[in-house]
Design a protein around this ligand. Structure first.
Ligand code: GRF
Length: 217
């Protein structure tokens, strides 16, 4: 059974989706937050999942926080460390420690709109399509290679909340599917080249036109 550790900072709806649709062969062993008041911790506890809080404010530097966080994570011998609304910038040392097994979900079609306020920026830019990306994490913020993306239309009357809700519904489908592909060994990060590699027959399993692995070069 592969071990999954999920990191959250708040609501935790993506974590909840991952717990509810946990891929066969994997188990969510722990949910860890940098904030004691993260609402998602209550759901995890109610599911009988181990929880922990490593509060960034208790540490004098990013390096010290990341070292404590890694120690908390590694107690669960994770095959996968899954960032789900985890709102801390991670050090290169932390990212390298989990190279190839560290995933994130970002609420835009990367490389468009890295960083914060993605929905407002998508509206301001007037794009027709917006969405979410699950990617391997590399030291560059929101810069790691995409594993799967889900696109949604931007509609004429959309405000930030309406667009965020449409994207979030897709995030909840996307993240379990991307994690499942990782757990089944269908996709991996080639750490040497920084590129994602899919098994040749994986394209046949693509769920729908709006949910597909990135096209191969
Ligand atoms: C999601 O939109 C995710 O893409 C982003 O932060 C939000 C977290 O939401 N990284 P939740 O905590 O999973 O509900």
């Amino acid at each position: 059974m592969q071990s999954v550790v999920i990191l959250i900072s708040g609501r935790g709806s993506n974590m909840e989706a991952l717990v509810r649709a946990c891929p066969a062969g994997a188990q969510v062993r722990a949910v860890i937050s940098n904030r004691a008041d993260a609402a998602g911790l209550d759901f995890a506890r109610a599911q009988g999942i181990a929880t922990d809080v490593v509060a960034h404010r208790d540490f004098p530097s990013r390096e010290a926080f990341d070292a404590a966080l890694a120690q908390a994570i590694d107690r669960f011998a994770p095959d996968w460390v899954v960032l789900a609304g985890f709102m801390r910038v991670l050090t290169a040392g932390f990212v390298e420690h989990y190279a190839g097994r560290l995933l994130n979900i970002h609420p835009s079609l990367l490389p468009a709109f890295p960083g914060l306020d993605t929905h407002a920026r998508a509206l301001a830019a007037g794009v027709c399509l917006h969405g979410a990306t699950v990617h391997f994490v590399t030291p560059e913020l929101d810069g790691g290679p995409p594993i799967m993306q889900a696109a949604v239309p931007v509609l004429p009357d959309d405000d930030e909340d309406a667009l965020a809700a449409r994207v979030l519904a897709q995030e909840h489908r996307l993240y379990p599917q991307a994690l499942a592909a990782c757990v089944r060994g269908e996709v991996r990060l080639d750490v040497a080249t920084g590129r994602v590699q899919w098994q040749a027959d994986r394209l046949a399993a693509a769920d729908a036109a709006l949910l597909a692995p990135p096209l191969r070069a």
